[in-house]
Design a protein around this ligand. Structure first.
Ligand SMILES: [Zn+2]
Length: 315
């Protein structure tokens, strides 16, 4: 195998609608608390585009995002114990399909991410900038060639994880058959999860269902109300505990009955008062505990003692 192919595989571990990084048969059993890292929106190019007030074609530089993502990777590599995986919840780059800088942004992001500790699998979630606000079969195919399947599921230590393509909920007008396929697959996955007793079900998708309240008005940063309601009920009925998203470039979140919606700010460009950061998500027997760390905090201090103690328990 060539070096290029070997490097490429690190980015396309989601194949056949599962994550090949884990031997799935070994992962059905609960083995005690563990944690993973959630990041969102490195979005190479947005900081410059935002600064010049041209989000359409002002994304011709991304040096800051390179530095921030390098800091994120270095902070993750230093963590002890190691996280089970590092999930990036979409908007990997800023350049929309068909725009000028996209290829270079993608290559530079891969050059940074390939330095992630080999024992920490990368998990990718597609965002609107990755496949377009109105995705097509072609934009989705191109994404899959680069980053692996756009939706898939995997087990880690008795916990069932679902990665969804939220653009199919946002606007599937150019590929309705792909939305139908994801819906049918999702129903099958939730039914199968019910049969195989899992400790928790956790979902990753780029666009949040809602930002603070399940009945809030629809805008650019959440899903349309009737679509949202249908998904929330489906998740609630299936026992999904939490949905982790990005897209908002600010921290937010709320509850729909027993379902927690967690919105994490960006590794890259901030649109609010939060700092560039990552979320640490700890999964225990009873619950899912999470905290957003700034990159500076995580790289200088690592996990807080309380989290390390929770991980040590029961192991
Ligand atoms: Zn987005």
């Amino acid at each position: 195998m060539s070096v290029m192919a070997a490097v490429g595989d690190v980015f396309r571990r989601a194949r056949g609608r599962t994550l090949t990084a884990f031997r799935q048969g070994d992962e059905y059993q609960w083995k005690g608390p563990f944690y993973f890292i959630q990041g969102a929106d490195p979005q190479f190019g947005l900081i410059k585009a935002w600064a010049v007030g041209n989000t359409g074609s002002g994304d011709d530089e991304w040096g800051e995002e390179i530095k921030l993502t390098e800091q994120a990777v270095q902070a993750i590599n230093k963590l002890n114990p190691k996280p089970k995986f590092f999930v990036l919840c979409g908007d990997l780059i800023h350049g929309m399909p068909g725009t000028q800088w996209r290829k270079d942004q993608e290559q530079d992001l891969k050059n940074v991410l390939k330095n992630t500790d080999q024992d920490i699998p990368l998990v990718f979630v597609s965002g609107n900038h990755d496949i377009g606000n109105t995705p097509t079969r072609e934009t989705i195919d191109n994404y899959c060639k680069s980053w692996g399947d756009d939706y898939f599921s995997f087990w880690v230590g008795g916990v069932f994880f679902l990665v969804l393509n939220s653009q199919l909920y946002f606007d599937s007008s150019k590929c309705p058959e792909l939305k139908q396929a994801q819906d049918a697959w999702l129903n099958g996955q939730l039914a199968a999860a019910e049969k195989r007793k899992c400790k928790h079900i956790i979902v990753f998708q780029h666009i949040p269902l809602f930002l603070r309240k399940p009945d809030e008005d629809h805008d650019y940063f959440n899903l349309e109300k009737s679509v949202r309601q249908e998904i929330m009920e489906k998740f609630q009925n299936a026992g999904v505990k939490a949905v982790f998203s990005g897209h908002y470039h600010r921290n937010a979140g709320g509850w729909y009955r027993g379902l927690e919606m967690v919105v994490s700010s960006a590794i890259g460009c901030q649109l609010g008062e939060d700092k560039h950061g990552l979320r640490v998500v700890l999964v225990t027997d009873e619950k899912i505990v999470h905290r957003y760390y700034s990159l500076d905090e995580l790289s200088s201090q690592g996990l807080e003692k309380e989290m390390v103690d929770m991980l040590a328990k029961q192991n």
